[in-house]
Design a protein around this ligand. Sequence first.
Ligand code: GLU
Length: 422
Amino acid sequence: MVSKKDIESTNPLKVAEKQVDIAAEKMNLDPGMVAKLKSRQQEIIVQFPVKMDDGTIRIFTGYRVQHNDIRGPYKGGIRYHPDVSLDEVRALAMWMTWKSAVVNIPFGGAKGGVICNPKEMSDGEIERMTRRFTWQISPMIGPERDIPAPDVYTNPQVMSWIMDTYSIMKGYAVPAVVTGKPLELGGSVGRLEATGKGVFITAREAAKHIGMPIEGARVAIQGSGNVGGIAAQHFQKAGAKVIAISDSKGGIFNPNGLDLDQVIACKRNYHCFIGEKLRSEEITNQELLELDCDILVPAALESQITEKNADRIKAKIIVEGANGPTTPIADEILYDKGIFVVPDILANAGGVTVSYFEWVQNLQNLLWSEDEISEKLTSILTKSFADVLNISEKEKVNMRTAALMLGIGRVAEATRIRGFYP
Ligand code: GLU
């Protein structure tokens, strides 16, 4: 239980640790095991110079945190964002461990990040920063050790530079060192869409569970990147009405539904959403969360739904495309209000699931078809959803704690079986 008297921290690591405490208590886990599960196996902080286009040298700070590799190689994205911090990367690494375990793929959890603002950098600067960061973390990564992937503001091009830099250092091509690569370099069909598609698949399962038709459902999406943008298209294809969407600057709202083609074109042409052009009202990211809607998809950053605004959320279902968007006290408020939350480690697990497919294809020099990928992804996510729902009903806990009990339980059991060296 979270005491509402606690002054709630929105530090992602504190949030992640609190979540573990709540699940561990329900599971009666040994305190030594809990300490082991919360701890990180390795972390590296690097500072490195990059020559900028104007000839100046800038020093960047980057992190790679390897939380746990008990069930398989470390796995997790690399984030480029001005607000990246060590505690954020630590939390994201821990969530990767539970996420891989919830969908039962043989990976552990890691995360990386570089403090930077890629929106203010040229492609050349981003490339040089990526290559130097890759070189600095190269002793820690590798197809059998730790496999990075895209995250906030990184993309297939950045993965290509990581793959190229690592391959040059080795002296031969090593496609399996990263996932989320372009198809031309051994990327997998369906990887780019996988996280957004997974958000839709788990939302569909949640809607089925509460008896709400997806057709006609009003969906509000915070974020319009690789997760929110793709999810929006899936919702629309299924007959839902996307009534609001946003980017880092703000959002737009039309209660009758947005025309997504126009929304995408506006973003492409003007790099933002313009209410007047899209026959919609301009709203803030905070206002978007509190809209009267059926499904809310936070698909941006952490700590968006907190004790401060949880009470005002009107959605019936929340599907967490982002990692860590909801704090523990907010979780309790939402649960009391009867809002059904599909937690991040289940809702956005489509990305790492298809990353796993990509890695397997790379290691075997095989190419799977789009149908194979789609079928396997859908079957893994629907089964995982059912597993989590089952625990939630049996143990009378919310979906987050149920997902954590499943994920943490698998990691704890693997730890017990492997034993402690020496
Ligand atoms: N960055 C994504 C996530 O948070 C994908 C990680 C991966 O594919 O390794 O789940």
